[in-house]
Ligand binder design. Structure first.
Ligand SMILES: [Cu+2]
Length: 340
């Protein structure tokens, strides 16, 4: 904030590492300053009028004032204008914060009790670690500076085979980016940011999720472009190479019978082709339609009968609920996204 020394400003606000963060700060400044000005006007006026109109003798008459149109109009209209400015300004910032550019780099986030997993499309998975003393080292997501990043997030079970385990609500929050989003089991939510500062920034879970909630920490490390490329290359050279998410999905396509009903080249089989499916407009037999995003694909895989694609029949596709893990489903979706 420009009106207090930089060091003092830090005690109010974490560093601002995105443009959105700076714009959020400006809204706060506007709110604080306009509230301060109103406060001073009201309190100074109050004290002044108490003094000016206090009863000075027995004969003083109470002033008889019914109304004052000008004053009444002003004290309604000025706050109204202020609120409308805040509304329009806030809506604009919120919109820019929520709508991610098409070319954003996608990273998957799995939240579980009580940890984060960051998965890059090339299959590299960042998990938390433990040091010599048994202390948890939070996982670090590495991203390049000045490039838009879109997180595709979901909440999964710690152990997919544990029948009693439940995935729960979490929320991904990076204070330095001033942006946060709930993470919900059984569906994908997205969060978008463009970091403008190199450095390490904290990730917190901001939805109370059980006893380990406060330990559910993570880091985002923003690096220069070159360093990012080296980091990515580092993961690809040496050591056993992970399959990319799409390649893992392709294995499921081949081994879990999808291949028998879904083509990749545009030919309709028992089921619709996957060519160009992601992002396309889907028409259904009941006349409704939707855009094929991650959540639609997820629903189609786990509960095929929820929406029947126009020209196809219900009860053809088996339900894969309980047959595929959350990670399998995400990988298949990444494969479908790659079939353009
Ligand atoms: Cu949590």
């Amino acid at each position: 904030m420009w009106w207090i020394p930089a060091a003092a400003a830090q005690t109010f606000m974490p560093p601002a590492a995105t443009d959105i963060a700076k714009r959020v700060n400006s809204i706060y400044e506007f709110l604080v300053i306009s509230s301060l000005i109103s406060f001073v006007i009201v309190i100074v006026g109050l004290v002044y009028f108490i003094q000016k109109y206090k009863r000075k003798s027995e004969n003083d008459k109470t002033a008889y004032i019914t109304h004052n149109y000008t004053l009444e109009f002003l004290w309604s209209f000025i706050p109204f204008v202020l609120f409308m400015v805040l509304f329009a300004w806030g809506a604009k910032v919120y919109w820019d914060m929520r709508v991610s550019p098409e070319d954003a780099m996608e990273i998957h986030v799995n939240a579980k009790k009580w940890d984060w997993e960051f998965i890059y499309k090339n299959g590299r998975k960042i998990t938390s670690d433990v040091d010599d003393k048994g202390k948890r080292i939070p996982p670090t997501m590495v991203v390049p500076v000045n490039k838009p990043v879109k997180l595709i997030m979901t909440s999964i079970k710690l152990n997919p085979n544990d029948k009693r385990d439940r995935a729960v609500l979490h929320s991904f929050f990076v204070p330095a980016f001033r942006t946060k989003q709930d993470i919900v089991p059984g569906r994908y939510t997205a969060l978008y940011f463009t970091p403008t500062k190199v450095g390490n920034f904290h990730v917190f879970c901001t939805e109370y999720c059980g006893t380990g909630h406060s330990q559910m920490l993570g880091m985002v490390k923003v690096v220069e472009d070159n360093d990012f490329n080296n980091w990515v290359l580092g993961s690809e050279g040496g050591g056993p190479k992970e399959l990319s998410m799409a390649d893992k999905g392709k294995q499921i396509y081949a081994t879990r019978a999808c291949i028998g009903c879904h083509s990749l080249d545009g030919t309709p089989m028992t089921g619709p082709t996957w060519k160009g499916l992601y992002g396309s407009d889907r028409q259904f037999n009941d006349g409704t339609s939707t855009t094929a995003d991650e959540n639609y694909l997820r629903e189609s895989i786990l509960n095929a009968n929820a929406k029947i694609v126009k020209g196809f029949t219900a009860n053809q596709m088996p339900s894969f609920q309980g047959q595929l893990t959350d990670e399998d489903v995400t990988n298949v979706i990444e494969f479908i996204k790659s079939v353009k």
